[in-house]
Design a protein around this ligand. Structure first.
Ligand SMILES: Nc1ncnc2c1ncn2[C@@H]1O[C@H](COP(=O)(O)OP(=O)(O)OP(=O)(O)O)[C@@H](O)[C@H]1O
Length: 353
């Protein structure tokens, strides 16, 4: 649907987009995520034909955005970070104006305006001046404008910036609805927004793509395994003996901050497909070793984002595509195979099975 190949953009000495390659497929909601200055807006402006690239190509449904701009742009509805609204127009006037600009045939304009107004719930404010609308409603007008011409793809640059919490939820729900009929690319630096709305995540850092995968795969790729933190009323030796007998346990280490007396706290890493909580409970119960706390830890998108966009990490880690290529993640894993009881740091006393 959209093919981005070797896309590069320089502003003078600033390399804003650095050899980007990715493909957008039909029917998904894509999250375009990255810290400020990562190159999200620049990439979106190039994909939508608002900005020329320094190098590389963007093809939309087979049409090159530079060589075949009109045909390519027909497939895209764009809501820029600052929507180009005319504040002295009413909603109805503005949508008529936008329909004309998009060269929608005159006979179809009225129907299309009625349709996009209903979708974005603008019916009640058709005759209001845009300057008198709330920011949430103005954003709906921007979305309605993007929907004119029934484009297959919607590109939304930070669509909830500056909205209040209620408006944010309304716009998110609207985007999810739109995702049923359109392929959506949504840029945001709000992680909860991407988690709540998107099926697929592209993470940019310093103009480079550092991750491209489903949210689910990203989590399991980054994590590689499940992590369980337990506090048990036992000695280290007793807990070690039990953990060594459970085949799904990949490694464990003792943590230094057990609050209770005569107890140990350990982090246990297991195969991602295994949940050892019940087995561990029964085995500890058999030995009369009470569990005081047990917590399954999963990586949040925030953890993944911070890891991938940390300056030194971005250069060396690239996660793309299927979950069957986790080797780039291997340097995450502590390969120390020696056993140690010292309680210095979390990874210094790791015991690998
Ligand atoms: N017109 C411009 N002239 C010079 N440098 C620019 C211009 N536009 C963007 N840049 C620079 O290019 C880099 C990428 O900017 P861009 O706006 O694409 O990032 P972004 O990820 O969208 O950030 P934000 O979330 O802050 O909008 C930044 O270093 C920015 O300062």
């Amino acid at each position: 649907m959209i093919e981005v190949r070797h896309l590069t953009k320089r502003y003078g000495d600033t390399l804003a987009v650095d050899d980007l390659n990715f493909t957008i497929e039909k029917g998904r909601i894509y999250g375009f995520l990255g810290p400020n200055g990562a190159g999200k807006s620049t990439t979106m402006n190039i994909i939508t034909g608002y900005l020329a690239s320094t190098d590389g190509s963007v093809t939309i449904n087979g049409h090159d955005i530079l060589e075949d701009a009109e045909a390519a742009k027909k497939n895209i509805g764009y809501l820029p970070e600052l929507p180009p609204l005319y504040f002295d127009m009413t909603v109805k006037e503005y949508l008529a104006f936008a329909a004309e600009l998009k060269k929608i045939p005159k006979a179809e304009r009225k129907n299309q305006i009625t349709r996009v107004s209903a979708t974005t719930k603008l019916d009640a404010v058709q005759n209001r001046l845009i300057k008198n609308l709330s920011k949430g409603y103005r954003q709906r007008v921007g979305l309605a404008q993007a929907l004119l011409g029934s484009p297959e793809i919607l590109i939304l640059d930070e669509p909830t910036v500056g909205l209040d919490p209620k408006q944010i939820l309304e716009i998110r729900d609207l985007i999810k609805e739109l995702g049923k009929e359109h392929t959506v690319i949504l840029s945001s630096h709000i992680l909860s927004e991407i988690s709540a709305v998107c099926d697929y995540v592209l993470i940019l850092s310093h103009g480079k793509l550092v991750a491209s995968d489903t949210l689910e795969n990203l989590t399991s790729l980054m994590q590689g395994q499940n992590s369980l933190i337990v506090t048990v009323k036992s000695s280290k030796e007793q807990l070690k003996e039990i953990l060594r007998g459970i085949t799904a346990v990949k490694e464990f280490h003792f943590m230094g901050d057990c609050e209770e007396e005569h107890c140990v706290k350990a982090e246990i890493k297991t195969d991602p497909s295994s949940d050892i909580r019940e087995l561990l409970f029964y085995q500890l119960a058999e030995k009369n070793l009470p569990i005081l706390a047990m917590q399954l830890v999963r990586l949040s998108l925030e953890d993944i984002f911070l890891e991938l966009t940390a300056d030194d990490q971005a250069a060396k880690k690239v996660i793309t595509g299927t979950p069957s290529s986790p080797t780039e993640n291997a340097d995450d894993t502590d390969t120390d195979t020696t056993e140690s009881d010292t309680e210095k740091g979390d990874n210094e006393n790791a015991v690998h099975m």
